[in-house]
Design a protein around this ligand. Structure first.
Ligand SMILES: Nc1ncnc2c1ncn2[C@@H]1O[C@H](COP(=O)(O)OP(=O)(O)O)[C@@H](O)[C@H]1O
Ligand SMILES: N[C@@H](CC(=O)OP(=O)(O)O)C(=O)O
Length: 408
């Protein structure tokens, strides 16, 4: 049996018009002899009636009194509704389809509510269904724990659902349909010269995704890479083939993954920088601060440690909690709100001289202040003010000539 997994994100199932574009891709796959496993996200974005953030806003969002267990129950409904609405649309057009929740499709998870890990895929029922149906529409982002509780697997998790199904069903490919033409050299919403990449390695995409390129979830890439299932990221609204993500250096289109210095520029907005000075004769500042942050489940980034203090960043939504903890510990930190992290990502930058110099030159030419920087073998990060974000991304995009030529 030839199986293909097609994932449609919230923007691609938001209304009838979008869903009818999706139907076109499904019909084409059926004609080509595939059984199609469709994974859907909740319909639309915040404000749309059944979107994940709209459902969360019913219980006061992040400040909900409900436990994460109940929040999962609420959020999962968005994908369940979406799968049924989508199946109805397919049936209306004569396509033999059936809707499955995540649990019915075989997603067994642990009980880390709101970011549950998939521990097993039990897809026997789904496989049997595919023997008689052309399409099974699966609610993404959700599963069930052994105790029967409904769980969700982390925001943006429908990509991961699609990759897990691709791996478990040994699908020929996982197509992630979205509202852009593929993975681009930067977020096209802020970089007007961003260009689509036709073929990229799992590692390159994973790095881009970890640094904030929202177009695919990094966990999905890791699962597909382990199972050696190719992914395509492509537009719901066109016939374009988008970006092929593969480990092969020779793509199915015959094009090589070129030795690229830089794959792209990624960014994460809404970050707060926190500077804490050590109190007189205090030697345990780092341990004290970071232990306290960890105990409150606050994820910290951009950590710099000096003898006289520490500097680090937290997300905007965690800022107040972090500040109240520091106040309890008797610290008076210096805060820089409204910052953004900009990353120059590329497996090729490892050991290449001049990359950091190019970044600093490009930003200083635009008089953009670098508040902090850090680097790894694949990425150089800079922290800038959010008001400089667009100019920073565009000038780095230009400095690394990502706007030029056919990008592969
Ligand atoms: N490097 C990138 N390439 C393509 N899109 C990107 C990139 N970085 C960020 N994006 C953003 O990701 C968005 C698609 O992701 P998302 O909104 O989660 O879609 P979906 O509804 O399909 O899940 C695009 O509209 C684009 O603005
Ligand atoms: N609806 C969930 C899961 C998801 O993956 O959505 P999308 O594919 O629209 O990013 C969320 O908003 O997190």
């Amino acid at each position: 049996m030839k199986i293909i997994v097609q994932k449609y994100g919230g923007t691609s199932v938001r209304d009838e018009k979008s869903r009818s574009f999706a139907k076109g891709h499904i019909e084409k796959a059926i004609k080509e002899g595939y059984k199609v496993v469709v994974v859907v996200s909740a319909m639309g974005r915040k404000g749309d009636p059944y979107a994940t953030d709209t459902l969360l806003s019913l219980v006061n969002g992040a400040k909900a009194s409900l436990s994460k267990r109940e929040q999962d129950l609420l959020m999962s409904v968005g994908e369940t509704i979406s799968s049924v609405v989508f199946t109805n649309m397919l049936l209306e057009h004569g396509i033999d389809a059936v809707a499955y929740t995540g649990a019915q499709a075989g997603f067994m998870t642990n009980t880390d509510y709101s970011s549950a890990k998939i521990i097993e895929m039990k897809c026997d029922r789904l496989m049997k269904e595919l023997e008689v149906k052309d399409v099974v529409v699966v609610a993404g982002f959700q599963g069930a724990a052994k105790n029967g509780d409904i769980t969700t697997i982390g925001r943006g998790g429908s990509d991961t659902s699609a990759a897990a199904l691709g791996a478990a069903l040994q699908a020929e490919r996982v197509d992630i349909f979205t509202d852009v033409e593929g993975i681009m050299t930067a977020d096209p919403r802020i970089a007007d010269q961003a260009r689509p990449l036709s073929i990229v390695s799992y590692t390159e995409v994973c790095n881009m995704a970890y640094q904030g390129a929202k177009v695919i979830h990094p966990r999905a890439v890791e699962i597909a890479m382990q199972a050696k299932v190719p992914i395509r990221i492509r537009s719901t609204y066109s016939e374009g083939l988008g970006t092929l993500v593969t480990s092969m250096t020779k793509g199915s289109q015959g094009s090589d993954i070129r030795e690229r210095l830089v794959t792209g520029i990624a960014h994460v907005p809404k970050i707060t920088q926190i500077k804490v000075r050590a109190k007189k004769d205090q030697y345990n500042l780092q341990a004290e601060v970071f232990k306290a942050m960890a105990n409150a489940s606050i994820s910290v980034d951009f950590i710099n440690i000096y003898p006289s203090g520490v500097v680090y960043t937290v997300s905007e939504e965690m800022t107040e909690l972090a500040l109240s903890i520091l106040a309890e510990l008797g610290h008076e930190p210096v805060i820089e709100r409204n910052c953004a992290k900009v990353s120059v990502v590329g497996a090729g930058i490892n050991g290449v001289p001049g990359v950091a110099a190019k970044i600093v030159t490009a930003l200083s030419e635009k008089e953009i202040a670098i508040l902090q920087s850090a680097d790894s073998h694949t990425t150089i990060w800079v922290l800038v003010k959010e008001e400089d974000l667009i100019e920073a991304v565009n000038s780095l995009h230009y400095a690394f000539q990502l706007h030029e030529g056919e990008v592969q």
